[in-house]
Write a protein that binds this ligand. Structure first.
Ligand code: PEP
Ligand code: MG
Length: 575
């Protein structure tokens, strides 16, 4: 079986499927530490308690609605849940085997099933479906209390799920998770962005992969073409192994340009920085000889935790990146929560349109207590390198000024206390909302710099949800509206004499690079994985050629013509 989706992170990988958060009865082996054993036993007991309550209310409901005769079938379920032998066995095995409760439970239930199926008595044979049923309930409750988590996998897997949240991806270790595939999602969803950061092949928007495949199926993920092959034949595996090798050779070739200057073919210097989500990624950025970090998505620091990170914790993280990157700059984007990134412990109401809702700078301005802690941490860390502050989702100059006012208050406080910080620290705006792009000339009077966030700019300009695979075909950077907006922002910045870069995914796609160079973009910020690919394209195009091409492109009236023009004019450079 071959499934087609949206390729979001390049490379090929062959491995075993692991269904994340599925209700499947097969759960992968996950180790637990000695200190976690009592907690694991407690978690199992809680799941039993919860399952009992569920069954009792179901029984009550059934007996009210269709009579007690039918509700009696659940007595067998309750008997299983109350079985002291089962409970005893579970506790003993968790202690002895040091594996997760769901894994042990699955083994114990399997043994029960096997024993019952050997008996001739039809009564016991019928109980097998009860065991299965109640088993699923318990597993679901175990997973519900502590969803299958990706931190303690014991073997390499390809994660398959309906969706993977950015917080799940933040828990993935690339030693264990070697690829992933999801039913939903788009190229610029944060899940996709994280796959590129982790440098693992991934395909999203596969529609029903999480239903079609089973745990332990063998999968090939082709992150270049957006294809997933399920249980491939040995011939197909051999073909992909060859492709895998080609990929390795391609990367070796690419690494030859690592030490060469980043400039166009006719010698104009261009700057490439990297986008990072977690401080640890700084090493990948340094490996590629990046000239700084153009976007540090600090909100990842806030995910997967039960309390907000303290000023000290944040200060240490920002200091770490500042020092590691010094003398190159690090643009720290302030908290960009909301949209597809949520914190379960903050009381943010569920909204009809989360991408248009109470998020990013809007949230920070409404919660100065949280915002100020972050600003204080950034300012204190600014002493150790070249930090810059960037506000996400700026929609008007008033909003930018409001954010700067809070920054000034924090600066005043630090000065009063005699705490040192970089007094000349720059504060810039992400240009990712059409209203900001259209008023870039006004914003340029206040901001020290701009960074164009095309991921959101495209979503808001074209009214296309960036994580919805059904309308992914409409998510089109080649739309003339997008090109005009980008041009407008670059020109407004240049006119005012402030620097402007791009940190959206558009600038890491080879086909857009000639056009962006032609529009005057000189600062590209991309994920470390794309760094050398982008550099290679830049080095093979002359600025003169790019400028001439972009002029022609701006006169084209359809997406199709623009696409065709870039692809045919620069075929050799972008392939
Ligand atoms: C963007 O919107 O282009 C961007 C870089 O920010 P994010 O992807 O985190 O929304
Ligand atoms: Mg954005």
């Amino acid at each position: 079986m071959t499934l087609k989706g949206i390729p979001v992170s390049p490379g090929i990988v062959i491995g075993k499927a692991f269904l994340l958060n599925s209700e499947s009865f097969i759960i992968p082996k996950m180790a637990i530490k000695d200190k976690d054993i009592p907690g694991e036993i407690e978690r199992f007991k809680n799941a039993l308690r919860k399952t009992r309550q569920e069954i009792i209310s179901l029984q009550e409901k059934l007996s009210r609605e269709i009579g007690s005769k039918h509700s009696d079938i659940f007595n067998a379920h309750l008997l299983i849940l109350n079985d002291p032998v089962l409970i005893e066995k579970m506790i003993k095995n968790i202690k002895k085997k040091k594996l997760s409760a769901e894994y042990i439970f699955q083994q114990v239930m399997r043994n029960y099933k096997r024993a019952f199926s050997k008996l001739d008595d039809p009564y016991f044979k019928e109980r097998i479906s009860d065991i299965q049923d109640v088993g699923k309930r318990v597993v679901r409750n175990l997973l519900g209390r502590k969803r299958t988590n990706l931190t303690n996998l014991t073997e390499q897997v390809i994660v398959v799920s309906y969706d993977i949240s950015p917080s799940d991806t933040a828990l993935m270790s690339k030693e264990k998770v070697v690829g992933f595939a999801t039913d939903i999602g788009g190229k610029t969803s944060h899940t996709a962005i994280m796959a590129r950061s982790l440098e693992i092949p991934a395909v999203v928007g596969l529609e029903r992969i999480s239903i079609k495949i089973k745990n332990d199926d063998i999968l090939i993920i082709d992150g270049d073409k957006g294809i997933v092959v399920v249980n491939p034949s040995s011939n197909v595996i051999a073909k992909y192994r060859r492709k895998e090798k080609e990929g390795i050779r391609f990367n070796q070739e690419l690494s030859k340009i690592r030490d060469l200057p980043t400039e166009t073919k006719d010698g104009y210097p261009i700057e490439i920085t990297t986008n990072i989500e977690l401080p640890e990624e700084i090493d990948s950025a340094l490996k590629e000889k990046a000239k700084g970090v153009g976007l540090y998505r600090t909100e990842y620091f806030f995910l997967n935790r039960s309390v907000l990170p303290s000023e000290k914790e944040q200060y240490q993280a920002y200091k770490f990146v500042a020092q590691k990157m010094n003398p190159h700059p690090v643009v720290i984007r302030t908290l960009d929560l909301g949209g597809d990134k949520f914190l379960s412990h903050l009381d943010i109401p569920t909204e009809m349109n989360p991408f248009l809702g109470w998020r990013a700078i809007r949230f920070c301005l409404a919660r100065p207590d949280i915002f100020k802690v972050q600003l204080k941490a950034i300012l204190r860390a600014s002493k150790y390198g070249r930090l810059k502050i960037m506000y996400p989702m700026i929609s008007s100059v008033e909003e930018f000024k409001q954010a700067n006012k809070v920054l000034q208050e924090v600066k005043n406080e630090l000065e009063r206390k005699g705490i040192p910080f970089d007094k000349k620290i720059e504060a810039g705006a992400m240009i990712e909302i059409p209203s900001a792009a259209l008023t870039a000339d006004i914003l340029a009077k206040e901001a020290d710099f701009f960074s164009i966030g095309t991921n959101d700019l495209i979503q808001y300009s074209l009214a296309v949800d960036r994580v919805n695979e059904k309308i992914a075909y409409l998510y089109e950077p080649n739309h003339p509206a997008i090109l005009r907006l980008i041009k407008m922002v670059i020109e407004a910045a240049h006119k005012r004499g402030i620097w402007v870069g791009m940190c959206g995914e558009m600038c890491s796609e080879p086909t857009f690079i000639p056009l962006l160079l032609g529009l005057g973009l000189t600062k590209f910020s991309v994920s470390p994985l794309m760094f050398l690919r982008v550099k290679r394209v830049i080095r093979s195009i002359s600025l003169k050629e790019a400028k001439a091409a972009s002029k022609e492109i701006l006169n084209l009236d359809t997406i199709k013509k623009i696409k065709h023009f870039s692809q045919s004019r620069f075929r050799k450079a972008i392939e």
